[in-house]
Design a protein around this ligand. Sequence first.
Ligand code: NAG
Ligand code: NAG
Ligand code: NAG
Length: 270
Amino acid sequence: MLYSALLVGAALASKAAAACTREQLEAATAAYVAAQAAGNPSISSLALAENVTYIENDEPTDIAKGVISTPITVDFNRSLHDTTQCATFTEISAATKEKYVISTRLLFTDDKITTIQSVVANDGDWAFNATGQLYWTKQEKWDPIPEDKQDKREVIQAAGDAYLDSWGDGTVKAPYGTPCARLEGGSYTGSGRPTANTCFMPEFPKPFKVENRRYVIDEVLGGVGIFNDFPFIDAKKPNGTSSTNFIRVEGGQIRYIHEVTVCSTRNCGR
Ligand SMILES: *[C@@H]1O[C@H](CO)[C@@H](O)[C@H](O)[C@H]1NC(C)=O
Ligand SMILES: *[C@@H]1O[C@H](CO)[C@@H](O)[C@H](O)[C@H]1NC(C)=O
Ligand SMILES: *[C@@H]1O[C@H](CO)[C@@H](O)[C@H](O)[C@H]1NC(C)=O
């Protein structure tokens, strides 16, 4: 009797620690976008933990000196809400005034944001074109997927992982859908070919390992955001530069891919 009561207590405690509600996470991403638009991380709707860690392009940064403390006209934004991990992923597109594409992961403890981690791309980053990025992201449909058609989070993550793994090992078959389109910086593979798989990525020179993958997964949108260290492309950072892949999966197959990669020199010296 006592034993089973303890087990129930433990189960409830671990559930309370891990799970967040979608509403709560949606409120947090809305507050984050509002804070970036205002250039003010102190707005009251953004529930920061006292010891919040702020990281930009993998460098711990003083939040008062970060891009979040500069007002940016946000033209478009899209977010994933991961209720299992209590985490979110947001892509901010800014093109009409300031020119940025910002991918941000928020992590939570006890309903407060304990980490804000952003990959901030602007002029000179890989294939960067804010106008193109905004134009194409707005064309895409990332509607909520009906519950009976939603993939399990493992399936969504496996699709994203297979894509990243295929860059270093051509024998890995990524589950590309038909159609599939990739928005790489500001250039789009899908323009004018809306019925084809245009996502296929050939193998890079070996060895090519994409490490330090950090995931945010949203079954409702079929989305996975993967922060990762992208090797090879930046001559000054052969082991990897800050990069995100933001992927929509439908029925186990990849529909859209957005890649944002930061370069230490103009277009990664290429
Ligand atoms: C930050 O505060 C949270 C509680 O708000 C705590 O769980 C966490 O361990 C703290 N992190 C650090 C690095 O002190
Ligand atoms: C962010 O996206 C949401 C959902 O599309 C939208 O309602 C909101 O107005 C956007 N925020 C900004 C600042 O553009
Ligand atoms: C950026 O993209 C826009 C829209 O696709 C295009 O018109 C423009 O020529 C591009 N700019 C550069 C420098 O490639």
